[in-house]
Design a protein around this ligand. Sequence first.
Ligand code: SD4
Length: 328
Amino acid sequence: MSRRTFLKQAVAGSTGIALLGCKSDGISPTPASGGAFPRIISTWQHGLAANDAAWKTLQSGGSGLDAVEAGVRVPEADPEVRSVGYGGYPDREGIVTLDACIMDAQSRCGSVAFLRDIKHPISVARLVMEKTPHIMLCGDGALEFALEQGFERENLLTEASRLDWEKWKETSEYRPVINIENHDTISMLLIDGQQNLYAACTTSGAAWKMHGRIGDSPIIGAGLFLDNEVGAAAATGLGEAVIRTAGSAMIVEAMRHGMSPDEACRMVVERISNLHKNDPDWENLQVGFIALNKRGVYGSYSLRPGFDFAVTDKTTPSKMVKAPYALG
Ligand code: SD4
């Protein structure tokens, strides 16, 4: 797409005009989504197994909150998923640190950030919401709270991730890298049979980040946001860019004012694009969003190709949908 076309589309998107010419590789473009509930959408390929677990939880009578928690626990425990929980890439010191948050239909929320040695940060985030007067705990405080609640302390650095870290150190000169390949958070949005919304997000964050770095994923409004009157949205990609625009909250607000989930995601991606297009690391910047409105219509948009997400509802078997994107 030429810069001129992109800018033209950016204007159309920001004024809420129908989407024209967005790219989606011709496969399941998200504008085709009609409303359905219950429905679950989750970022990336690992969203399929997560959605299946969440769907089973709903079918067996669990709440939407139980379902999103159970769903994202699947990639958290899977050592093959290198961007979430156990087996996630470590920071530049070789330590795996995790960010997660959860939100329910009453706008209650809980979050943990810069948490180490605990395999299921999403479950700790839920307990922060349910058992403390706070919303967010981080670092040692989050770890102490988790241990008090009976979570086990375990080493999350698998041999595979340790070896990749050793290799990274050889050439990196110990600099954190920004790279579109090295972060794949799971964010899950769910609408239940009563049209109530729930959401969860969990990640090991950007690989090789500085020790202590916290991304967008545990920040309510940035990596994830939900308003049960309107809809929910969540982010993947470079957290620093998402935080600067309060991305997920903006999408929900745009939906409140009449945008479709696709249009709202696109509007925020374009805002991020405008802020970052002169950055030295522009070529490596990727951000993507998913959104689900109160009628169960989903949408998505990403800056660059490659972002996809899993959709599960009762009319279709779970499927992957490619997000439309701005830059080819
Ligand atoms: C972060 N946003 O820590 C996360 C990483 C991510 O898909 O989303 N990956 O910046």
